[in-house]
Design a protein around this ligand. Structure first.
Ligand SMILES: NC(=O)c1ccc[n+]([C@@H]2O[C@H](COP(=O)([O-])OP(=O)(O)OC[C@H]3O[C@@H](n4cnc5c(N)ncnc54)[C@H](O)[C@@H]3O)[C@@H](O)[C@H]2O)c1
Length: 340
């Protein structure tokens, strides 16, 4: 297999690429770009002569209003269904472009060029796309596989450290619950190494993508095993909403708390707990935020993963091994409070 191919099946091809290759792919009139405003400013030279919809990457803009504006532009430009839509940007653009491509004229071709670490290892991968509505995240969405996903690690040179860390939290998540080998690589490195060693970051990106695709390909429509990708997220999203902490740090705290719960339930021993905590600390992901679980619980209950008075949580049995456990909501609350 070509060394730059990360994942390939009948539907999607995910591969490493570079700016030269990108220029050769974006080359015809039959293409329409949906592009992040920062990427357009930083890398605009590559995208000068093309029809494009520029979107400012804010959650408020992953919206019906932006969608209407984009569809208007497509209609006004007489764009037909044989167009290829390119989504070039972070997770917001990937989600948005996927939604446009899956709905405009009942679906067009889609190519994604994720530019943030989070989008390269997670948001662009697996075919979920969505809009927010009435401040509810991702409540309108479809599944749309991109026929190609181009991973260009050079984009990460302009990504700031905070955004880089948001992506790393998702890499750590998959390592902790699913990939012991990736965990060991991360345990021996830090953000400076990933920033300075292009082979290392490529290895981490390709391992994370393959792990996610291995999971997604067993459960494309998110009815079973795909749930494990939410590890740390039920509590993490609640922390993000209540304490306005960045996504990566919130998910990391979610992972810390679920690992503590795994220890309390005797699924793991103290040594495993310390290794997981250690890797999160080593990547500067753990803050000393004092969490009030009583206040947090309202946000946990709002989470779509809390259904029929039950909540599913992803616990760990070992590094790289998970367990999906369903709790009665009241019992879950008591267990969290007992961690304090
Ligand atoms: N569909 C999925 O499976 C999935 C999975 C995870 C997250 N998501 C979604 O992804 C979104 C978050 O993605 P994100 O963290 O990439 O956020 P984002 O798209 O807002 O990007 C973060 C910031 O980084 C900037 N940026 C991106 N690439 C850059 C680069 N190369 N250089 C400089 N700046 C750059 C953007 O302009 C933005 O300001 C959320 O809306 C989330 O719901 C979707």
């Amino acid at each position: 297999m070509d060394k730059d191919v990360i994942y390939n099946d009948l539907v999607t091809n995910i591969h490493f690429s570079d700016f030269k290759n990108l220029e050769s792919i974006i080359n015809s009139k039959n293409q329409f770009l949906i592009i992040d405003n920062n990427i357009n400013k930083l890398y605009g030279n590559y995208f000068k002569n093309f029809d494009k919809f520029i979107i400012e990457s804010k959650e408020q803009n992953k919206s019906i209003i932006s969608y209407q504006n984009c569809i208007n532009q497509l209609i006004n430009n007489n764009v037909d269904k044989n167009i290829t839509i390119f989504g070039i940007g972070g997770g917001i653009v990937c989600d948005f472009a996927g939604f446009v491509a899956s709905t405009y004229k009942r679906g067009t071709k889609l190519i994604l060029v994720p530019t943030s670490l989070l989008a390269q290892v997670d948001a662009a991968i697996g075919g979920k796309c969505a809009l927010n509505f009435n401040k509810i995240k991702n409540v309108i969405g479809t599944f749309k596989q991109a026929e190609q996903i181009l991973i260009i690690p050079e984009f990460l040179q302009t990504l700031n450290d905070d955004e880089f860390v948001n992506g790393l939290a998702e890499v750590l998540k998959i390592a902790i619950i699913y990939d012991y080998n990736l965990f060991e690589i991360l345990e021996n490195n830090n953000i400076n190494n990933y920033r300075s060693n292009s082979e290392l970051i490529k290895r981490i990106i390709s391992k994370s993508i393959n792990d996610k695709m291995e999971i997604v390909s067993q459960d494309y429509y998110d009815k079973g095993i795909r749930k494990i990708l939410n590890a740390g997220h039920t509590i993490g999203h609640a922390i993000e909403s209540k304490y306005e902490l960045p996504h990566g740090k919130s998910v990391a705290l979610g992972l810390k708390i679920t690992t503590e719960l795994s220890l309390k339930l005797n699924y793991i021993n103290q040594n495993i707990y310390e290794r997981v905590l250690g890797i999160l600390l080593q990547h500067n992901l753990i803050s000393d935020l004092k969490i009030d679980f009583n206040k947090l619980f309202k946000y946990i209950l709002n989470d779509k993963k809390a259904e029929n008075n039950k909540i599913s949580e992803i616990l760990i049995l070992d590094i790289g091994k998970y367990k999906i456990e369903e709790f009665d909501i009241q019992i879950f609350k008591e267990k969290l409070n007992a961690l304090c």
